[in-house]
Design a protein around this ligand. Structure first.
Ligand SMILES: Nc1ncnc2c1ncn2[C@@H]1O[C@H](COP(=O)(O)OP(=O)(O)OP(=O)(O)O)[C@@H](O)[C@H]1O
Ligand SMILES: [Mg+2]
Length: 474
């Protein structure tokens, strides 16, 4: 039987742009291929039935890379911790192929850990198995939180021993295939600016608008240049998407860890889950990456950093888009962000339509209570989901009745009670449903990941990993 993953109708959209944007590369050959994760939820999105795709098919396509298509290591630069780095690019991955989803949108299969490329510098082109496991888990839980994220399609253990400074070594190896809207990064444009190629910038931007912002084009066709009216709208839409994305991270309690411009997608999708961490308790200074010595990418800095990355991008896009227009678009970032963050936090608290002043007050009291009490960030929302009862409207003493430090929750409790007063029985029922939808059962704080990894590394026991994935979906 032919391999459904190999017989997909691959569209060479990036390849069609020409060789200025990539290098053709080969995959590494691995001593072993053990499929550790396959994402059956993604297969229907590309028109495949999971029963038709066997484990061997994943291994053949995404472990052994039996395929004649050229694999493309994409070229990019980026600002890393504030410093411009012109030595980046896909150093351990490539664009495997692009496919049209059943929703008619274009998707990328991108690898991670598939071998050395011209951009590997002195590194090995590999991904540790732990790194792969962490990325699979982050993407799935962020998806559960409603974050616009890339997801892993497969993770295959590859039987090599890797040496890493941040893992006991030798450590096990893997290769991952990521399913995303696009692997075009802010840094892809920054590189074109660095080489002073406005022609290539414009060509790539037109491609991005065509594929990922096509609604703008339909609404704004002008006679002379069909893109001319879209450029500013594209940047405005990107500002909106990034503001929304960072609000989604903040509400989920997610700290990405490495918000360099090479890790920011031009489609506004979230990706690259390396040293990320979910905050255990509400702490603005929480920093995920051990090498982030100054705390530049700490939890509370994320909106600011994303805004400043958007500002840096203006430099690269100025060859095509009017600077003044981009500046005025970016001025809207804070409003977009606050609007989204407020709304998401209200949903986690069970509310849908609160007046802005009420929402702001409840948000402020929630953050104060979470900060002062240092109750688990995830635990608080999960307990709210589990304990919430329509009876809270009529009896304030039932609201978080057994909270350990009652004086710290009291102002929050009073206000929450006050807000419930106008709610009908029906509305309270809807709140119960909303609390379930927006507050997942499962958390992904570090000890949770470490315990899954411990079972894998000590006993080669993968059951806790599969159980955790199941709990994420529940
Ligand atoms: N083990 C490695 N071998 C070769 N290059 C590497 C390795 N680890 C990181 N790099 C390169 O270092 C740069 C920054 O790495 P970073 O961790 O942000 O990206 P990545 O995780 O490899 O990939 P992606 O951003 O696609 O998730 C990239 O150019 C990346 O390709
Ligand atoms: Mg990266």
């Amino acid at each position: 039987m032919s391999n459904p993953l190999l017989s997909l109708n691959y569209e060479p959209a990036i390849q069609a742009l020409g060789g200025d944007y990539y290098d053709e590369v080969l995959s590494a050959e691995f001593p072993q291929h053990i499929l550790r994760f396959r994402n059956d939820q993604l297969l229907p999105k590309i028109g495949l039935n999971s029963q038709d795709v066997k484990d061997e098919h994943f291994i053949e396509a995404f472990g052994k890379f039996h395929c004649v298509r050229p694999f493309l290591a994409l070229r990019y630069h980026g600002y890393q911790f504030g410093e411009y780095n012109p030595y980046l690019g896909d150093g351990r991955g490539f664009l495997y192929g692009q496919v049209r989803g059943v929703d008619d949108e274009l998707y990328d299969f991108g690898t991670k850990g598939s071998g050395r490329t011209p951009y590997s510098r002195s590194a090995d082109g590999r991904l540790t198995l732990k790194g792969g496991v962490r990325e699979v888990l982050a993407a799935e839980i962020l998806h559960r939180h409603g974050v616009r994220t890339s997801r892993c399609l497969s993770l295959i253990e590859t039987g090599e021993g890797l040496w890493r400074g941040d893992e006991p070594s030798p450590t096990r190896s893997s290769v991952m295939v990521r399913f995303s809207r696009s692997h075009i990064r802010f840094g892809t444009f920054e590189r074109l600016h660095f080489y002073k190629r406005p022609d290539l910038t414009k060509k790539l931007l037109n491609h991005v608008i065509n594929c990922y912002y096509s609604n703008l084009k339909k609404e704004n066709i002008s006679q002379k240049d069909p893109f001319q009216d879209c450029y500013f709208l594209f940047y405005l839409e990107l500002v909106k998407r990034i503001a929304k994305l960072v609000a989604q991270w903040m509400a989920a309690g997610f700290c990405h860890g490495v918000l360099n411009t090479d890790n920011m997608s031009i489609t506004g999708e979230s990706f690259d889950y390396g040293p990320y961490s979910f905050i255990p308790t509400y702490n603005p200074k929480f920093t995920a990456a051990y090498f982030d010595y100054s705390g530049l990418y700490r939890y509370s800095h994320q909106p600011l950093v994303c805004k400043s990355n958007l500002q840096l991008l203006q430099e690269a896009l100025a060859a095509v888009i009017d600077r003044k227009n981009m500046r005025s678009a970016l001025e809207k970032f804070d409003d977009f962000y606050l609007h989204e963050y407020r709304q998401l936090m209200m949903r986690r608290l069970g509310f849908k339509k609160l007046a802005e002043a009420d929402a702001d007050k409840l948000l402020q009291l929630t953050i104060k209570m979470l900060t002062d009490s240092q109750v688990g960030y995830h635990d608080f929302f999960l307990e709210l989901r589990q304990k919430f009862s329509p009876e809270w409207r009529d009896d304030i003493s039932q609201i978080f009745a057994d909270f350990e430090q009652p004086e710290l929750i009291d102002p929050w409790r009073q206000y929450y009670y006050h807000l419930l007063q106008t709610y009908s029985d029906n509305e309270l029922e809807e709140m119960t449903e909303r609390l379930q939808q927006y507050n997942p059962q499962q958390s992904l704080i570090r000890p949770v990941i470490e315990s899954v990894w411990e079972a894998i590394t000590l006993e080669d026991n993968w059951q806790p990993f599969y159980d955790l994935l199941q709990q994420i979906y529940d």
